[in-house]
Design a protein around this ligand. Structure first.
Ligand code: PEP
Ligand code: MN
Length: 348
């Protein structure tokens, strides 16, 4: 924390601040500039917050330097983390050194459609299967997902193709059931600040995929991760999925810089969802290449055997040539940047 004194502050004002900080058990380092004096504080920031330093005579401003999140920060944990997903013997890593490819249908619509999409994902080289059973739709009239039945279909299909599964949970009351039938719990963009849900997934004992809120800053996103971490789970993967801007040619705007920004501030792995970021099939390959180039730890994409019939997000679902192009990019590009494919079976 840094206290900036006003140009008219007296020596007495400076001394007064120093005494108050020292009285709270902290240390105060005074640097005098030509015009202003600043005081650097070392110690328990939370104790300093109660001192009302901003209200003291001669104080112009107080800046917090230390980040407000702790458990997920690199300040407290400098090494970048690897999160393992799936059961022993079939665990898939997400983090530095590897590149994790997650693919599957936006929504579980039927056993057949999910199986077809899962085979497409596996054939393209995906290491994890995605699929929504509880769908958070903007319209209450849109397909809401198959719910519990969808969870069971996804789990069976994942088992059949040999891929761990990740699926969204939208309500704290469903967390136990979703955790029972999946390997990773997804918190979607609309729920990034649903604090009750964050706490519930933090207690569930399964890794969490935390999407960035479409209107959230990187700091708010990391604070949301902190809620999960505080409840006991540090197995959190962050997912940049586009934010709202004035641009209308894409569904959202992929904030590609958020990947290295979040990785610099947090030890948690960061992946990219180019499907929900753009809403456009033709942009998935270029945006995935960008994600790989910027150092993303993986991508998550929508695939569908018949996008024109999809009950959810058909325009962004990959099939055919575009999926083959993506598979090629994911095979070729990460190794050029020192990342190997995230094959299953590691020790975890
Ligand atoms: C999804 O991945 O199915 C989804 C709804 O994503 P988002 O929360 O990013 O919109
Ligand atoms: Mn979707």
């Amino acid at each position: 924390m840094v206290v900036v004194m006003s140009a008219s502050a007296t020596d007495h004002d400076v001394r007064h601040v120093v005494e108050r900080v020292e009285g709270a058990g902290g240390q105060a380092f005074v640097s005098r500039g030509v015009v202003r004096t600043i005081i650097g504080l070392v110690g328990d920031i939370d104790a300093f917050s109660g001192l009302e330093l901003r209200a003291m005579p001669g104080v112009a401003d107080v800046h917090r330097i230390s980040v407000p999140y702790k458990l997920v920060s690199r300040e407290h944990h400098p090494e970048r983390s690897v999160v393992w997903v799936g059961r022993l013997g079939r665990r898939v890593p997400i983090g530095p050194g590897t590149f994790t490819f997650i693919a599957g249908p936006c929504a579980v619509e039927s056993a057949e459609q999910t199986a077809q999409a899962a085979h497409m994902a596996a054939a393209a080289g995906a290491q994890l299967l995605r699929g929504g059973a509880f769908k958070p739709r903007t319209s209450p009239y849109a397909f809401q997902g198959l719910g519990s039945a969808g969870l069971r279909i996804l789990a069976e299909v994942g088992e059949a193709v040999g891929l761990p599964v990740v699926t969204e949970v939208t309500d704290a009351a469903d967390v136990d059931e979703v955790a029972e039938h999946s390997d990773m719990l997804q918190v979607g963009t609309r729920n990034m600040q649903n604090f009750g849900l964050l706490q519930a997934v933090g207690r569930a004992g399964k890794p969490v995929l935390l999407k960035r809120g479409m209107q959230a800053t990187v700091e708010e996103w990391l604070m949301a991760a902190e809620y999960i971490a505080q409840r006991g789970s540090l197995d959190i993967v962050l997912c940049e999925r586009g934010i709202r801007t004035f641009e209308t040619s894409t569904r959202n705007t992929l904030d590609i810089s958020a990947v290295p920004v979040a990785q610099a501030s947090s030890h948690l792995p960061v992946i990219v969802d180019p499907s929900h970021a753009s809403g456009r099939r033709d942009l998935i390959v270029p945006l995935s290449r960008a994600a790989i180039g910027v150092g993303s730890d993986g991508i998550i994409v929508d695939v569908h055997p018949a996008p024109e019939d999809a009950l959810c997000d058909g325009p962004q679902a990959l099939v055919g040539r575009e999926l083959r192009e993506l598979a090629q990019a994911v095979r070729v590009l990460p190794p050029m940047l020192g990342r190997s494919p995230a094959t299953a079976g590691g020790a975890g």
